[in-house]
Design a protein. Structure first.
Length: 262
């Protein structure tokens, strides 16, 4: 490989990295209130500042963190906490399955790194076109994904730190309505993906069942809503001959780039 080719490749990697960082920035800003709430709530239930920060640095799962903290506060056992958080984060298994064919050819360090950084936000931006591409031209770019995932990770931990600092000086942060950031973030993720009737059906069914399960305090409501929504969307696509595996389906239009094993 010539020097010119090496410089060009390095430049392309840098551009892709920062493009991913820029793409995830609106979602990173949106979860700042959520991160602040996680940091302050951890202090409220008795964790130290270091433990609170470590929770975001190691677990890196906002909804699971908040639920786990609430269960710790009420004295629920570790077994129930683990099962509940497993159900809450089970959607990441679906994300991993959707991206498996594109991630599996990568070296182990890339698979582990992107696997740890995989969130709702990273999955969303990794399946959107960028750089002037059309859906048919869209390719999975490991550096774009790394830029987005790492930026979101840093942003989440900074927000947690802000929550820890604020929680030590401001009382009752949880009463300021910061938890609305959770709903706002997921709305921002879901709305751009609604490009076909089957996806709209999936969203509406999931939304309806999630609300019903919440009203009746059904513990597995999130999982029930997610599975039912997917089933309804697939059934609609099948009966209307819409065609499920099109370029608009998340994970269906991304192919690995031909890069070296760096």
């Amino acid at each position: 490989m010539s020097t010119a080719e090496s410089i060009t490749r390095s430049t392309n990697k840098t551009k892709s990295f920062f493009a991913g960082a820029l793409a995830v920035m609106p979602l990173t800003i949106a979860v700042i209130p959520w991160g602040i709430l996680a940091g302050s709530f951890a202090l409220e239930i008795g964790l130290t500042a270091i433990e609170s920060q470590a929770m975001s640095a190691i677990i890196f799962a906002g909804s699971a963190q908040l639920v786990a903290l609430g269960m710790i506060k009420t004295g629920i056992g570790i077994g129930s906490i683990l099962i509940t958080t497993l159900l809450i984060t089970s959607r990441h298994l679906l994300y991993a399955m959707a991206m498996r064919s594109h991630i599996s050819p990568l070296p182990l360090k890339w698979r582990l790194g992107l696997g740890f950084l995989l969130t709702d936000e990273l999955f969303a931006i990794s399946n959107q076109t960028h750089g002037g591409q059309t859906s048919a031209q869209h390719q999975f770019d490991r550096w774009y994904a790394l830029g987005g995932g790492l930026t979101f990770y840093i942003g989440w931990n900074i927000a947690t730190l802000l929550g820890i600092v604020a929680g030590q000086s401001i009382d009752n942060l949880g009463e300021l309505g910061l938890d609305f950031a959770i709903a706002a973030t997921f709305i921002a993720i879901v709305v751009p993906t609604v490009k076909k009737p089957s996806i709209l059906v999936s969203v509406l069914v999931s939304l309806t069942l999630a609300v019903v399960c919440a009203v009746f305090a059904i513990q597995a409501g999130l999982l029930i809503a997610a599975i039912s929504g997917m089933a309804a969307g697939m059934a609609y696509a099948k009966f209307t001959n819409e065609g499920i595996a099109t370029t608009d389906t998340p994970g269906a239009d991304i192919t690995p780039t031909k890069e070296d094993n760096l």
